[in-house]
Design a protein around this ligand. Sequence first.
Ligand SMILES: Cc1cc2nc3c(=O)[nH]c(=O)nc-3n(C[C@H](O)[C@H](O)[C@H](O)COP(=O)(O)O)c2cc1C
Length: 206
Amino acid sequence: MNTRAPWVVGVSGASGTPYARSVINGLLDAGRPVDVVVSRAARLTILDETGIAFRDAHWTEDLGEWLGRDPVDVRHWPAGDLAAGPASGSYPALGMVVVPASTAAVAGIAIGLSKDLLQRAADVTLKERRPLVVVPRETPYTRATLQHLLELHDAGAVVLPASPGFYSGAKSVDQLVDFVAAKVLDAIGVPHDLITRWTGELGAGR
Ligand SMILES: Cc1cc2nc3c(=O)[nH]c(=O)nc-3n(C[C@H](O)[C@H](O)[C@H](O)COP(=O)(O)O)c2cc1C
């Protein structure tokens, strides 16, 4: 019997692809299988932010280059594949993280649009009452986005903005990125060693 139970990571077309990289690597470091869905727009942000042209047909090489590791225990589903595993509630996914989440993805998930596999998988996650973490990246927010975020919250999703804290003594951009990934992993109960945790002592992280 196939007992693989992955976390689905949806990468939408907001700036902040390093957050997705850190979350996926954190899941893999913890020995958790990952299913990845990269939206069409996210190909542009990945290209813009990493120089990597993400191709469905060569996803193993492209994802490997992006993650900096062999994507063993990663499964990739094309965003246009609405017959993919995560499009169904009977697929044994544990839950889903949308990171980064564009305002378009936030809107689509909030209203159940399911315009592509990423949005459909998120809708399935909500209907199956599985954990859904949405990491919006935009600033400032419109009223519409604020309303959509509230709707996601009310539907049971964890809205976890890409807003790193500085109290754990980050000295590099990578550490700030890891801070957000750490909060995502905390939200879904996956152990990690990405940040120095608050101890109750001011200045301890410096
Ligand atoms: C380089 C680049 C950066 C973008 N950054 C953002 C962003 O930070 N936040 C956002 O909501 N949309 C951003 N967008 C716009 C989204 O990609 C666009 O709304 C798209 O329709 C999102 O589609 P998706 O949700 O299917 O990925 C960006 C687009 C590009 C090309």
